[in-house]
Design a protein around this ligand. Structure first.
Ligand SMILES: O=C([O-])C(=O)C[C@H](O)[C@@H](O)C(=O)[O-]
Length: 313
């Protein structure tokens, strides 16, 4: 069989990148109907792309069958309006399996998560991502975080690899990112994509934009799309007053609240979706639910965010 040609692009329109949570029913099983509603609402609200079953979508907690079901539903819900990118991870063999499942489910691209557990050297990391990219026709975005941190030369090599189209940074080392952007510009010129993928990326987006990184993920978009969209619009149009107001009054306190518990990067976001009326269930172990007091503070913060949007009108 002739392999399908590798896609070289992913057309992402302007807007926040939506990383939906995965919905579970009361018995803990995946609730695809609620997940469909969550993804559809996000797309209709103005997401630029859907990143299904990634960190916020509890990739780590899904079986391959559940993963494929969720990606399929995300593709149906997006209905061709925006691209759907799916997570793929663990060791090379399993990452390849997830990549192929995502392709079969109709995804438009992959977010390659760090390999499971081992702390590998640059040469091994490069081989890992190259094998994942070679296994499907889907364009691959490599996710830098935790045990997958790259030198500028490794990113140059990734950028020269067929099928690898971008780097999502969840590390937050601006000096390293500046060197990466510079090295790729000089040694692998083209349209390699960069994403600010730090938790609550809005908090650092002014700094990333200065490096030329304009795409960013938004967990806030899951539960307060109106706030995430207003921030994105303010950034895009140079409305510095609204950017500062939302950073000072909403994003900074949200980041501080999110830092109050381990796993809150997911659990608090899921609580936020429930607060806004969609019962996406609880997080699966080993994550745990946020305390009642923290959920109350999140509800107050969402109200404050809405008041700030009114003031900014
Ligand atoms: O894999 C993931 O879910 C992410 O890295 C994206 C998140 O939206 C991240 O930006 C966050 O947690 O705010």
């Amino acid at each position: 069989m002739t392999p399908a040609p590798l896609a070289t692009r992913l057309d992402i329109p302007s807007g926040p990148l939506f990383f939906p949570v995965t919905a579970y029913g009361p018995d803990g099983s995946v609730d695809l109907d609620t997940y469909r509603t969550h993804v559809r609402r996000g797309v209709e609200a103005g997401a630029a792309a859907v990143f299904a079953c990634c960190g916020t979508g509890e990739f780590h907690a899904l079986t391959p069958e559940e993963f494929e079901g969720c990606v399929r539903v995300a593709v149906e819900a997006a209905d061709g309006r925006v691209p759907v990118v799916a997570g793929a991870g663990y060791g090379t063999a399993l990452a390849v399996r997830y990549a192929r499942l995502a392709e079969a489910a109709g995804a438009d691209g992959l977010l390659a998560m760090p390999p499971y557990l081992v702390v590998a050297g640059q040469e091994g990391l490069l081989r890992h991502y190259r094998e994942v990219a070679a296994a499907t026709a889907l364009p691959v975005i490599v996710y830098q975080r935790d045990n997958a941190v790259f030198t500028p030369q490794t990113v140059v090599a990734l950028a020269r690899t067929d099928g690898i189209i971008g780097l999502k940074d969840g590390l937050g080392d601006l000096d390293l990112m500046q060197r990466v952007v510079s090295a790729v510009r000089c040694e692998a010129p083209g349209d390699f994509l960069y994403f600010n993928g730090l938790p609550t990326a809005e908090q650092t987006q002014l700094a990333y934009r200065a490096l030329g990184v304009t795409l960013y993920s938004s967990a806030v978009f899951c539960f307060a799309p109106e706030i995430a969209l207003a921030f994105h619009q303010a950034l895009r149009t140079g409305d510095d007053a609204t950017v500062a107001k939302l950073l000072d009054g909403f994003y900074r306190p949200f980041v501080e609240l999110r830092d109050r518990g381990r796993g809150y990067a997911v659990a608090l976001v899921k609580a936020g979706v429930r607060l806004r009326g969609l019962d996406v269930g609880e997080v699966r172990p080993p994550l745990h639910e946020p305390s009642g007091d923290h959920v109350k503070q999140l509800a107050e913060l969402i109200e404050r965010g809405h008041a700030l949007l009114e003031e900014a009108k």
